[in-house]
Design a protein around this ligand. Structure first.
Ligand code: PGA
Ligand code: ZN
Length: 428
């Protein structure tokens, strides 16, 4: 079967927020076709690879991606056509070379990633393998992740109308398999909806499908979620834990953390103390971006203080970048890293980020973006890499459930080989 890339065509499509993003169709010489699309963040890290936007005010308020589409159709296509799609390393090296900048600012990480993923998907099909198996280096690695479901949205994802903390996720660590974990999560989600309604809160949802109530404090969502876990019939902590992403860069203003809902300002010491109280009082399994993206020194103290009790995941501080993760490992900045393929821009570099974390005993949680498409690459990727954790929003809204549904299909496909990560997935 001829697995060389024969043609590539990109187009501008819409993401789940109604903003343009890049979709790529790629065809191999043997006729196999694959499609991929890039997601887009809202609470984007300063140090992420560049998402190329047209900045043409008359189109999509400047958010068009026609330049990225053009880059795919011309330079990037020129660089990878006739390369073998089953050699992901060579494909990604050619894409990096064609862009030629350290942060992918010329062609855009949004352009590059869609090509990189489409090549992987086409190659898997050509090999007759499901994507998760094709991507797995070691056949003993694949594992179904704990779905970390964001059921209450705050921060910028809820227009700053609710809590300052951006994401309150439930992690069904005690479930016996992925399908049950998803069922537990969906039941807790629906129970939370009833509780919110009964307490007079609005039940409209935020960008990632979680509810976005105008709560007066950052702890109220934790009380509501614990109540929902119990009322749904599960044991908080033992069966269903809570994963937090305060996304604190979003409320770090002029050197201080501003908790708007609580009319309080805290320095990093105060915020670390606050997290300690939360970890004492609630069944928290992980805290992502507890401190801001350039607060390396604060992160070190956070890790010294809580790193043996919960997984401390760096998102904006590491941006899936091996140089930044390497510094974090050397300086004991955290004990885990968030993995977002579009923060770095190629499949190969994303794999390198996971492997670096793994080699040093760090955790890794794979993640969607708040602006998504129905592309479910991250579901297969998470299984293949065996990270044991995936956050991809609420168990609601098409672009979120497509990833969870893909994991159901993968679990079915694995049959008796299927293994669910469970509690062991969270490092301490
Ligand atoms: P984003 O948020 O996709 O809007 O950046 C996700 C996160 O902060 O983890
Ligand atoms: Zn985050």
């Amino acid at each position: 079967m001829k697995t060389t890339i024969e043609s590539i065509k990109a187009r501008e499509i819409l993401d789940s927020r109604g903003n343009p993003t890049v979709e790529v169709d790629l065809i191999l010489a043997c006729g196999i076709a694959a499609r991929a699309a890039t997601p887009s963040g809202a609470s984007t890290g300063l140090h992420e690879a560049v998402e190329l936007r047209d900045k043409e005010p008359g189109r999509y308020k400047g958010k068009g991606v026609q330049n990225a589409v053009r880059a795919v159709n011309t330079e990037l296509a020129g660089a990878v056509i006739n390369l073998d799609a089953t050699d992901q390393g060579a494909i990604d090296r050619a894409l990096l070379k064609a862009d030629g900048t350290p942060n992918k600012e010329r062609c855009g990480a949004n352009a590059i990633l869609a090509v990189s993923i489409a090549a992987a998907r086409a190659a898997a099909t050509a090999r007759g393998e499901p994507l998760w198996r094709y991507l797995a280096v070691d056949p003993s690695t694949p594992v179904l992740p704990v779905p970390c479901m964001n059921i209450l949205n705050g921060g910028v994802h809820a227009n700053w109308q609710g809590p300052d903390f951006q994401e309150y996720m439930i992690a069904p660590v005690g479930a016996p398999c992925f399908a049950e974990a998803l069922r537990w999560g969906a039941e807790v989600y629906h129970t939370l909806r009833s509780i919110l309604k009964a307490r007079g809160y609005a039940v409209g949802v935020g960008d990632e499908g979680g509810f976005a109530p105008a709560v007066p404090t950052n702890t109220e969502p934790l009380d509501l979620i614990v109540a929902a876990i119990e009322e749904a019939g599960y044991a908080p902590g033992r069966e269903v834990g809570i994963a937090l992403d305060p996304a604190s860069s979003g409320f770090f203003v002029e050197g201080i953390y501003r908790l708007r809902t609580e009319k309080t300002v805290l320095d990093s010491t105060g915020l670390i103390e606050r997290y300690r109280e939360l970890v004492d009082a609630y069944p928290i399994v992980s805290i992502e971006d507890g401190l801001a993206e350039d607060d390396w020194e604060g992160w070190q103290r956070l890790t010294a203080s809580l790193g043996d009790r919960v997984e401390l995941i760096g998102d904006d501080i590491f941006v899936t970048n091996v140089e930044r993760i390497g510094r974090g490992i050397a300086e004991r900045t955290a004990n885990s890293v968030l993995i977002k393929p579009n923060q770095i821009g190629t499949v190969t570099e994303t794999i390198a980020a996971v492997e670096l974390a793994r080699r040093h005993g760090w955790g890794a949680m794979v993640s969607h973006r708040s602006g998504e498409t129905v592309d479910s690459f991250i579901a297969d990727f998470t299984v293949a890499m065996g990270t044991g954790k995936l956050k991809t929003g609420a168990p609601a809204r098409g672009e979120r459930v497509e990833k969870y549904n893909q994991l159901l299909r993968i679990e079915e496909e694995m049959g008796s080989m299927a293994r669910y990560a469970g509690r062991a997935a969270f490092v301490r």
